[in-house]
Design a protein around this ligand. Structure first.
Ligand SMILES: *[C@@H]1O[C@H](CO)[C@@H](O)[C@H](O)[C@H]1NC(C)=O
Ligand SMILES: [Fe+2]
Length: 218
């Protein structure tokens, strides 16, 4: 009987402790050694703002996709092209977030990571105008990626022996080999499209844009 009472008490203690945990819903953080988290502040901050830049680009292309899909405009090729671009930009921001998570330095900054800004522009008169805007946009994104690379290649860090420049080799290599690579190909693709469409419109006017829209759907 004593045994029974004792075990009932133990059970009660265990379940009330569990109930408290459930209510608070705050499991303790894992105790992870932190010396592998070696990103420097300046580089880290630039990466964070690059994530925002990719999100802003995504929102801008989303607006372009929606614009060309309106029944009064009805250019399904342009719309599909820009919706795809929006999805790619979102993927870029996702990949950068994953990178910071891999390096372990994004532990407590998630709530301030992303702001959803309205797209800067929502009206385009022609397809060429939108493609030219997209190219301008990509040029500014390329510039901003180069800014991250420059910072991460020589991030000044104060130490006991004075300021030292730290090179984040892996991140610099990743941004150069993957991101810049895609930027340059994307810019050239847009330039080619602008060229073809511009020539078509010079020779055929609005019919040129109509035909090119079909081509974009292929
Ligand atoms: C990354 O995390 C380590 C360990 O918590 C910390 O010492 C370092 O300052 C962090 N770097 C940045 C840029 O947050
Ligand atoms: Fe991008």
């Amino acid at each position: 009987m004593k045994m029974l009472i004792a075990s009932v008490l133990v059970l009660f203690a265990v379940s009330s402790a569990q109930a408290e945990d459930t209510i608070k819903c705050t499991p303790p953080n894992g105790d992870v050694p932190e010396d592998f988290k070696d990103m420097t502040k300046g580089c880290f901050d630039k990466m964070r703002s690059q994530i925002q830049t990719e999100i802003d680009a995504s929102m801008q292309y989303l607006a372009m996709g929606a614009h060309f899909a309106q029944d009064t405009i009805n250019r399904p090729g342009f719309s599909e092209f820009f919706f795809k671009a929006a999805a790619e930009e979102r993927e870029h921001s996702h990949k950068l977030i994953e990178y910071l998570l891999m390096r372990g330095n994004l532990t407590d900054g998630i709530s301030t990571l992303i702001t959803v800004n309205l797209p800067k522009k929502t009206l385009w008169t022609t397809g060429v105008e939108a493609l030219k805007d997209a190219l301008k946009y990509e040029v500014s994104v390329t510039k901003s990626i180069k800014g991250v690379i420059a910072q991460c290649e020589e991030d000044p860090v104060k130490t006991d022996e004075g300021v030292q420049n730290v090179n984040d080799y892996h991140l610099v290599d990743y941004l150069t080999g993957v991101y810049l690579e895609e930027q340059y190909h994307g810019q050239r693709d847009l330039a080619g499209k602008i060229s073809t469409l511009d020539k078509l419109m010079k020779s055929h006017g609005p019919l040129g844009e109509f035909l090119y829209d079909k081509k974009l759907l292929e």
